[in-house]
Design a protein around this ligand. Structure first.
Ligand code: UDP
Length: 313
């Protein structure tokens, strides 16, 4: 039985990963400081004797009493609204937080997977984005606290890899959706789903011609797990290449929820990337991974979950 630490395990993706690892009969230590994660997300895991919660902020120092075989580092605010409200916490989680975990991994020969992001590509000039693309990031813009700290973390990981042979891997995660996204995290899926379910205006930023590609959370979790076992020590894109314009996405949600909402247009946020779509040939070849859940299957499941949230609140 392996002992696996999931930093950020009470967050959206983290909680699904904890669940998946418990199903694989691992012992799971979920580390979270609950700035964006929630106890609600892991409530159902508490009864499992292989699950343990460590309430700790990994940006200070890391105290781990048990020997750990694998670490997944997903501890960072990830929605543009969240990370712009908590820019310092975000930068520290990805810099000091990553360093603390890497030091543990180095000392104990622990395997390490880092949740990086498609945001390292910034507003990309290459489309779709391959791992070899270096990106087009504004280093002093409002998104820099996230983009640049993830880029710093990637650079740090590569230093540990080259200097100490630390067994560390980098996942560049593209837009991911599914149950347990926070209704108020400000991202497109929670915003559009709750607006549509409440028959309120659906707020499209800009003219809605910008694109994103959406991956269902169970596919993403499987990708992270495959990466952990791959021995691929250079960044790997994980996402679903099914690309949609934001306006089409709004229409799709409106249709699926049979909503009477109007679609309205608001200002485009600063540095909002115009296009985003992963090239996943590397993941296909090296991890034998590709997403299985299309937007047509994943969105209805997600909307069902948001229905429970909307009526509860
Ligand atoms: N967006 C939107 N309306 C919303 C929330 C987001 O039009 O209420 C747009 C946003 O401008 C961006 C895309 O949806 O182009 C995805 O935004 P999100 O915040 O989910 O994540 P991002 O991919 O920008 O990190």
């Amino acid at each position: 039985m392996k002992t696996v630490l999931v930093a950020g395990g009470a967050g959206f993706i983290g909680s699904h990963l904890c669940e998946f690892l418990l199903e694989k009969e691992h012992k799971v230590l979920c580390l979270d400081n609950f700035v964006t994660g929630s106890k609600e997300n892991i409530k159902h895991l508490n009864e499992n004797e292989n699950f343990e919660l460590i309430e700790q902020d990994l940006t200070n120092s890391l105290e781990l009493k048990q020997k750990i075989d694998q670490i997944y580092h997903l501890a960072s605010p990830a929605s543009p609204v969240d990370y712009q409200e908590m820019p310092l916490e975000t930068m520290l989680a990805n810099s000091f937080g990553t360093k603390n975990l890497l030091d543990y991994a180095k000392k104990n020969q622990t395997k390490f997977v880092f949740a990086s992001t498609s945001e390292v590509y910034g507003d990309p000039k290459e489309h779709p984005q391959k791992e070899t693309y270096w990106g087009n990031v504004n280093p002093v813009g409002l998104r820099a606290c996230y983009d640049e700290s993830k880029r710093f973390a990637e650079a740090l990981i590569m230093v540990y890899r080259r200097k100490f042979r630390t067994d560390a891997m980098i996942a560049r995660i593209f837009n991911t959706y599914g149950p347990r996204m926070r209704t108020n995290d400000g991202r497109i899926v929670p915003n559009f789903a709750t607006q549509a379910l409440k028959n309120k205006d659906i707020t499209v930023y800009g003219d809605g011609s910008q694109t994103r590609s959406f991956c269902y959370v169970s596919d993403l979790v499987q990708g992270l797990y495959s990466l952990m076992h791959s021995g691929v020590h250079s960044p790997v894109n994980l996402g679903n290449p099914e690309e949609l314009s934001i306006l089409d996405f709004a229409k799709k949600i409106k249709e699926l929820t049979k909503s009477e909402s109007n679609i309205v247009f608001k200002d485009l946020p600063e540095d909002d990337p115009l296009k985003r779509k992963p090239d996943i040939s590397k993941a296909k070849e090296k991890l034998e991974w590709e997403p299985k859940i299309s937007i047509e299957d994943g969105l209805p499941k997600t909307i069902e979950w948001f229905k429970t949230q909307v009526t509860d609140s």
